[in-house]
Ligand binder design. Structure first.
Ligand code: 8NA
Ligand code: MG
Ligand code: MG
Length: 344
């Protein structure tokens, strides 16, 4: 049913799994599907024993978001910023973007009065448009049942590191996708994409967003434009990987990865001839995300969160969960988010 515990567990665990299994191909330009399937098959191999795939910045920061939302029973920017900074200084080697490291270092200063200031200082005051806000945003959709709160807090949570609207609006879009999926909205894919476009029309109508889009020479409402491409591509019977990459992107900018992750989920709602028949929709989504190359850990993490909220925990192979650092942990905390969501 809508907002069932299985969906919460699926969203949180599949995000971790996407990050961990996606790490193998991060930054690769071309990833043959054969290599993806070989990698995924190796996770089933008992003889490989307990070889664990480490999670990266995506999961490290999502865990901070979860812990902050749970202990503060809502959004507290000071607490969340402190957790990001502490996590970074404890494990700096998780593959953070080169820019965001400066923000995380500044956030650990006890003299800092405005926790949003370090993010504003990035890239000569323009702020980051990377996908680092979006990659960790799923827990916001699992903590707040009200869509207005999902949008508001997803945006603020992302702004702790990403002050460019093309960064934080990517996080808002990803949070909206998880929110709708949790409600069962992916049962009607056409309505799902229309709802996302409608919501983003309003989000991107904001003055700062229109201004950033103009300065960066993007379409007037860049995420809406990309979502229309997603709708076009999802309605084609055949789409090549090359077309998806050239139309939607596979890079570290939120604009070049959040709509891509949403497309991966929509495209994999049906069986595809180049994916094993034995695969369910969640397995197809993860495999397809990796085959796009580029920022594979983050695209698989975001697609995993949306797909996990749709298919539920039962759709994730146990063998995959066992291989991924933090996946079992995520499963435990999902129940606490479920309780927070249903009590508010
Ligand atoms: P970020 O805020 O440092 O942004 C990532 C990168 O995007 C920056 O280092 C810049 O190169 C570029 N960038 C962002 N905003 C601007 C701007 N306004 N002007 C010019 N350049 C800009 O880090 P993040 O937290 O957004 O991280 C994004 C991704 O990087 C994540 O997926 C994460 O996994 C990481 N990462 C990706 C790869 C990869 O090969 N795809 C490799 C290592 C790390
Ligand atoms: Mg990463
Ligand atoms: Mg990444």
């Amino acid at each position: 049913g809508p907002a069932s515990l299985s969906r919460f567990r699926g969203a949180l665990v599949a995000a971790v799994v996407g990050d961990c299994v996606g790490g193998e191909f991060e930054g690769a330009e071309e990833v043959p599907m054969e290599n993806v399937l070989q990698h995924l098959n190796s996770l089933d191999d008992e003889t490989k024993g307990n070889s664990i795939l480490d999670y990266s910045d995506d999961t490290a920061m999502a865990r901070c978001v979860v812990q902050s939302l749970l202990t503060r029973t809502g959004f507290d920017e000071q607490d969340m910023a402190r957790r990001f900074a502490k996590e970074y200084s404890a494990s700096p080697g998780r593959g953070y973007g080169s820019g965001v490291i400066q923000v995380l270092k500044k956030l650990s200063s006890p003299q800092l009065s405005d926790v949003y200031q370090p993010a504003r200082d990035q890239f000569n005051g323009r702020g980051s448009f990377g996908n680092g806000g979006a990659m960790r945003v799923a827990p916001f959709a699992l903590a707040f049942p009200d869509i207005a709160n999902v949008k508001r807090f997803a945006r603020l949570g992302a702004m702790l590191t990403h002050s460019c609207s093309l960064g934080y609006n990517g996080a808002v879009l990803q949070a909206l996708a998880v929110h709708l999926s949790l409600q069962g909205a992916l049962d009607l894919p056409q309505e799902f994409i229309s709802k996302l476009i409608n919501e983003m029309e309003e989000v991107e109508g904001d003055k700062a967003a229109l201004n950033d889009a103009r300065i960066l020479k993007e379409a007037e409402k860049p995420f809406c434009e990309r979502l229309r491409k997603v709708r076009y591509l999802m309605n084609q019977s055949k789409v090549s990987i090359e077309e998806v990459i050239s139309e939607l992107g596979n890079g570290i900018a939120a604009l070049h990865s959040v709509p891509t992750a949403i497309f991966c989920v929509l495209h994999c709602l049906q069986p595809r001839e180049y994916l094993p028949e034995s695969y369910g929709g969640l397995e197809r989504t993860i495999a397809y995300s990796l085959a796009l190359g580029g920022d594979t850990d983050t695209i698989a993490c975001m697609a995993g969160a949306i797909a996990g909220a749709h298919y539920g925990i039962e759709a994730i192979p146990q063998s995959w969960i066992k291989c991924c650092e933090g996946a079992q942990d995520a499963d435990m905390t999902a129940e606490r988010l479920y309780m927070l969501y249903h009590q508010s």
